[in-house]
Design a protein. Structure first.
Lengths: 498, 165
């Protein structure tokens, strides 16, 4: 199936009433959780993961795509109106967006954020439509050595890009990989780290870990914060239209943000967050007006476009290779895994309904988000008034019931509670959770690929270097890891010469 | 030096050592035919080295402030100063979740979740008992109908098994 017939087939799947409903539901839920501080798209998807067990996998994927895109739209609303980022990818928008709101240009900021998100979302979906099938076809040539190196280098790159401390990120990766080895080993059926508990033979399931680390810990952190006093600004519909000058100033930042977001989105790590920072830095460096920090519309247009583009791009490695590069994509992959579907290069040919249906639904969802986000911005913003004493216990309830419902296992509740506490501690100690989760997901695949590669090469480790694709990927990983060290050595030498 | 970070890195180091000892007791096979212990052995060494690195990094005086990208002037109104945090609530919520899990089999979902919600609503700052009880009962009822009756999640019914079952 070529690209255009694939997309036409995808639209025929996405436009069925049930899939449209799931797309709409995802967009609404995503916008709401994007607005509400304390519950991000990742936590919500982890929360709803158990419910997708009862749905068709295509519907589950469409729901999650809507949530992920919707959260990016919703997050900007409270950033602009209240200076409260609904989720991490909207933190940067606060800087210029709130200043614009204080100058009475909240409507223009919201409109530019929504339209920029739509344009960037569409550009990234076009990129996804072209790139995912091409990459999937190329990935058919991948063997175990290539899969191992892609996962390994992906983890290495992520540890460098999460912005935190490298050693800490690598320790989290090691911990995640170690957790991934718990349970019955697949080749010889050997029990590892189960401590005689038969329930652990299946291994540590991703669901209680994700719900604990992202759902429970989020509630625990929110519980500790003192309640704020929020002054919500009113925005009238007629104020939503930016002036001609504002349009002109936003055009190129949106285009630049779209491409920055798409390319950052292809890189492992929390790409929507990183893309907003990169876009903001680029726009502030290009600024000639001196308005940055005082409400420059470019500082809203660029980052808001970038985070949406990064979401579309994050689907590329998952749909083409079956390898999630972000924690959110790991949750999306879990939707497929609980239905017994292994994502990878064969997904496009074996499950065309799902592959193309999900991509097509993203185009529709992106359009839906633009249509209902702008006129209903006031309604959505008022959601932030939901009292925490009602919202947080409901989130906990959904976690407790959701985690039990998949395997009907009390062990999963205990695991979720334990990982909730671990997630809370890690957040408080400023550790990044993403490397731990991704390493847990990628660990079993890495071990399988490593063992297969070793058997193929009869124990020759040079297989990872000798195969062209695998060797190139390893070289890229080595450069990424060594580049900051080299730069820190070279910089003083250059400055001394100068 | 942050004592919390030192303790955590030390704890992970201890976990790494136990993990590695257990890995060394597993059959490792040969490199050409790896056994179940080979990969955990490599991961164990990696975990120990990284935990040791983190521990030393926390203990030894730092030359630099950090190795991440330069920080943007980001507002973070969600994060209170450490002194303003109410850590007691975290312990209360953790105890509540453990209590719920322990009571689930015996008392059943409906009673356990109702009690859980009342206490959780109060932990999150709502102080009046009667409205809290009413809210908890309504949410528990809706969740029972949605999950047990509609979605057929086999949540334990406990002492209400004969009445509801």
């Amino acid at each position: 199936m070529d690209l255009f017939s694939g997309l036409i087939h995808g639209f025929s799947v996405a436009l069925t009433p049930m899939n449209l409903l799931f797309g709409f539901l995802g967009a609404v839920i995503g916008t709401i959780i994007g607005i509400l501080p304390g519950l991000g798209p990742l936590g919500t998807m982890a929360l709803l993961l158990s419910l997708t067990y009862g749905f068709d996998p295509t519907a589950g994927m469409i729901l999650f795509a809507g949530i992920y895109f919707g959260a990016m739209y919703g997050g900007s609303t409270t950033s602009i109106l209240l200076n409260i980022p609904g989720e991490a990818a909207s933190v940067v928008t606060c800087i210029e967006g709130y200043q614009m709101a204080r100058r009475g240009r909240a409507g223009a900021a919201l409109a530019v954020a929504a339209i920029g998100s739509f344009v960037a979302g569409t550009i990234s979906l076009i990129g996804l439509s072209f790139l995912a099938p091409t990459l999937a076809n190329a990935a058919l040539k991948f063997g175990p050595a290539e899969y191992f190196t892609v996962a390994l280098v992906g983890l290495v790159i992520m540890s460098r890009l999460t912005g935190g401390n490298l050693l800490r990120s690598l320790m989290m990766i090691a911990l995640g990989l170690a957790l991934g080895t718990v349970g019955m080993e697949t080749v010889a059926g050997y029990m590892r780290y189960t401590f005689g508990q038969p329930l652990l033979a299946q291994g540590i399931d991703f669901l209680p870990v994700a719900m604990g680390l992202f759902g429970i810990s989020e509630v625990l952190v929110t519980a500790e914060e003192p309640a704020g006093n929020m002054q919500l600004q009113k925005v009238r519909f007629r104020e939503l239209w930016p002036t001609l000058v504002e349009w002109k100033r936003s055009f190129w930042p949106i285009i630049r943000g779209s491409f920055i977001g798409f390319f950052v989105g292809l890189v492992p790590g929390p790409s929507p967050v990183i893309s907003t920072m990169v876009s903001y830095s680029v726009e502030s460096k290009l600024d000639k007006s001196g308005e940055f920090g005082k409400g420059a519309i470019e500082g809203v247009a660029g980052p808001e476009a970038a985070n949406n583009a990064a979401v579309g791009a994050a689907y590329v490695p998952l749909m083409a290779l079956g390898i999630p590069f972000t924690p959110a994509m790991a949750v999306v992959m879990a939707v497929l895994l609980i239905h017994g579907i292994n994502p990878g290069p064969l997904l496009m040919t074996e499950k065309p309904d799902l592959f193309w249906g999900v991509i097509a639904s993203m185009y529709i969802g992106n359009f839906m988000l633009l249509v209902f986000n702008l006129p209903l911005v006031g309604v959505f913003a008022s959601i932030i008034r939901t009292p925490l004493y009602l919202l947080m216990p409901i989130v906990l309830l959904l976690c407790l019931v959701g985690v039990y419902s998949v395997n009907n296992s009390m062990l999963d509740i205990w695991l979720m509670t334990g990982f909730g506490l671990l997630g809370y501690l890690l957040r408080r100690l400023k550790y990044d959770l993403a490397p731990l989760v991704l390493a847990l997901v990628l660990g079993p695949m890495m071990e399988r690929s490593f063992r297969e590669a070793m058997m193929i090469s009869r124990g020759d480790l040079s297989i990872f270097l000798n195969r062209p694709i695998s060797g190139t990927i390893l070289l890229v990983g080595a450069i990424v890891l060594a580049a900051p060290l080299l730069i820190s050595w070279i910089k003083p030498l250059i400055s001394r010469k100068g | 030096m942050k004592i919390g970070s030192v303790v955590f890195a030390g704890l992970i180091l201890a976990v790494g050592l136990v993990y590695e000892i257990m890995a060394l007791n597993m059959p490792r096979g040969r490199l050409s035919y790896p056994g179940p212990g080979l990969f955990p052995m490599i991961i164990g060494i990696f975990l120990i080295v990284m935990a040791l690195g983190c521990l030393l990094q926390e203990i030894l005086p730092r030359k630099r402030t950090g190795d991440g990208p330069p920080a943007l002037p980001l507002p973070n109104p969600n994060s209170a100063a450490p002194g303003d945090r109410n850590v007691k609530k975290t312990f209360q919520l953790m105890a509540l979740m453990i209590g719920y899990t322990l009571a689930l089999k015996t008392l059943g979902f409906l009673i356990s979740i109702c009690a859980f919600l009342v206490v959780a609503i109060r932990i999150f700052g709502y102080r009046r008992w009667v409205p809290a009880l009413a809210m908890a009962a309504v949410i528990a009822g809706i969740s029972y109908v949605s999950f047990v009756l509609w979605l057929k999640v086999p949540l334990p019914l406990g002492i209400l098994e004969e009445v509801l079952g």
